[in-house]
Design a protein around this ligand. Sequence first.
Ligand code: UTP
Length: 293
Amino acid sequence: MIRKAVIPAAGYGTRFLPATKSQPKEMLPVVDTPTIEYVVREAIDAGIRDILMIIGRGKRSIEEHFGRNVELEDQLIAKQKTAELESIRTLPDDVRIHFVWQNEQNGLGDAISHARDHVGNEPFAVLLGDTIVESFEERPIIRQIMDVYQEHQEVVLALEEVDPQHVSSYGIVGGEPIDERTWRIDRMIEKPTLSEAPSRLAVASRYVLPPEIFQALDMTTPGKGGEIQLTDAIRILLADRSIYGYRINGVRHDIGNKLDFLKTSVLFGLKHGDISDEFRGWLVDLVAGWGER
Ligand code: UTP
């Protein structure tokens, strides 16, 4: 059973400068909610109650966001602002969020290695803190991945099919399908060229990993960009165990990427109760009048 989730959120976010110079990209709001709160809700909805966030310099606001602000709560109670009060009481009482500090941003693999003491000797879920993955079914995306883990008890990676022009931005896998959505993976290449890519299936920001990943990370030397890559450590595990991929029933929104951030804001804005009608009307008028601009 998977009890713990790790959310890496210590990266610099250079693709989103200057906004990320002094604020975490994980706190960028989509409509009115910080990205990392969508990620935390996904883990909680999947049944996880123990969450470890990897943070670093400039990321204190993440800690503050998940702490309670009793003064603000009292103000909202006094003014009978119930909806607003609900919106800041984000965590069920039995959920525990812990933080660990990554001093140097040496890559995603290095960030995960900071979870070793907290995770101990059990498998765990990983959800990247800058990526919202929207599910098209009731099960949250990480639950879909955890369910495959329950069946195979091995590494499971969320997979999403990407357009050919985007394969060079992701970790791409190769392997054999074993059912409509599940793959047995035999190759992984980080950011391949289109001709190197064994498929168009990209690793999609959600994983279940066994504790052996920590030994593999110890053996991993700096790879692309001089960083310790999680993909390289998973490839070490591939030498003597099976790795599975699951083509998620959902869609990934990488908020660390400006274009995706804008698209996601529009998509979520169109669905948001407070503003959807007015926003939709404005958007329709904007598009209709586009030729006149
Ligand atoms: P990204 O690959 O998007 O890394 O990390 P980044 O370095 O922040 O982004 P750019 O390319 O400079 O814009 C995916 C997730 O892993 C975390 C990030 O915070 C993000 O949530 N991460 C990345 C770490 O926690 N530590 C790192 O050293 C790198």
